[in-house]
Design a protein around this ligand. Sequence first.
Ligand code: 2P0
Length: 330
Amino acid sequence: MLNKSDIISKILSEKSRTPHSEKGSVYAPANIALCKYWGKRNEILNLPMTSSLSISLQEKGSHFAFEVVDTEDVLHLNEKIISAEDPFYQNLFSFIGLFRKSHSPRLHIRIHSTIPIAAGLASSASGFASVVKGLDALYGWHLEPWELSILARLGSGSACRSIWPGFVEWQKGIREDGMDSFGVPLDLTWPALRIGLLLVSCEKKNISSRKAMALTQENSPLYRAWPKQVTQDLDAIKIALANQDFRDLGEASERNALIMHKTMMAATPSIDYSTPQTHEYVQQIWQLRQEGLSIYFTQDAGPNLKLLFLENTEAEVVQAFPQIEIIQPF
Ligand code: 2P0
């Protein structure tokens, strides 16, 4: 069975592992899947069962700054020092350890996340995408974006979509080594599209998406239907994007999210990321739609909702949800 280091060696091959820059900073956006990734064909390399498709969130994401230092590794997250015992620190440096030669160089890393961490808001996606961009700058590799996408996937599956702005399809690939499983940006924009972040809670979720995914795949009787569902929804979403048909886009995206959540709810033990507030918002969205407002939602591994709507309905959406944070992806 191939491991992460095997894939890193394939991509870096003869490239230098000696720092090229003493310091630098990079940025990667968070992304929201319109057609979800849920389930793996390889848990070590984060190879997915299905393809997926996302929209990147422009200025919501991870700023990653590095500096080579003589002392121990240091990590600041949102201006606060993180202890070496913290799982966040350990995760980050064990990922970086896959690329460094015998813990060298030591690094002072500052991550500034403009999106709440670990609440199903894709912070790990922008996080790992920014780390691989940072390593590329540190070592001066000048890797192609698709190569960065593969490296980011080794940190967290959905991170492979956070290498680009705009719409990105993560093509699942079929190779055992996953060298054909990476993000591909779609050559289209949609300037009128809006994403609204409707926050319910930013507390850490009680089951990680990694565990929830594995459990769903292992024993949800509904999982058998999931890959076929994704194929249908992905086709519908791509056609809707090509035609700029907002209703078709909203319907397919909302359906895909709902089916993902029903599928995990049918696992034993059942996985439910929603709170009563999530359900209330969903009812409110459906009610507004009945009244003629073209608004849809998607939901990831957390209780928060992401609303989809167009520029010309922004005022009505804000009236219904005054607390909403609006993102203009293009
Ligand atoms: C997605 N999610 O497509 C789906 C929808 C959450 C719900 O990808 O185990 O952090 O690191 O590959 O990417 C969240 O899972 O999981 C996720 P790993 P990841 O955005």
